[in-house]
Design a protein around this ligand. Sequence first.
Ligand code: CIR
Length: 261
Amino acid sequence: MLYALVRDVSPALGSCELSFVERSPIDALLAQEQHRAYAAALASLGCQLVELPAEEAYPDSVFVEDVAIVTDEVAVLTRPGAESRRGEVATVAAALAPYRPLRQIEAPGTLDGGDVLRVGRTIFVGRSGRSNIAGIEQLRTFLGDYGYVVRTLPVLDCLHLKSAVTALSGDTLLIQPQWIDRNLLAEYKVIEVDAREPHAANILRVGSGFVYPACFPHTAERLAHAGFTPTLVEVGELQKAEGAVTCCSLVFEGAPAPPLN
Ligand code: CIR
């Protein structure tokens, strides 16, 4: 069974961290509505939702992707690069505990899940403003135990690795060539974002489907030509918080829950 862990939008979303996006007023109620539609899209693609309540004290806590990396074998809890986000981890850890053994990135390591891209047995990790070498080395140790190869990539001019590149399949990537050196990914087929849509490289793969922002029609057309037809969602208010579609969920395979007596 496919699970998607999501957390409701904090009413304090407007006080989020921002690094590469100008602050503009965020309508938290509209963000909540968009997030509900996003969760519904995940359910329509076959996910059983694991839903956590909003955490008012943590403006960015809807972006659950950043606090854990869930592989088929293990969940690695991160130590987010932004100090304001470190308190988000405990509740996600509790929610993941029934599904996976847990490991934890420790200080001085920092790591955001937005910097971690899994393609088959390769785990690409962005060296960004949020993820440091110590954090990446700890991840390498945890996942190396399960046979994953961890490859570090420099991230240029954007928040996370997955702002610049995400996977469409085991051999095809969607990339923003201004933010990632394509030559470092030479063994993959690549679809580039349309130049009018710089933030369009983030697509969420869910089983055999995809979730993708409705606001990138030109790149969506390129995807359709290549045979990828995503479910489109409106995420404008979450984008104002520098969020994207991968960051609002943790999608993973798990055994079905036992029936309740
Ligand atoms: C932050 O700066 O941490 C949040 N405002 C946005 C995090 C987005 N996360 C992601 O794309 N993985």
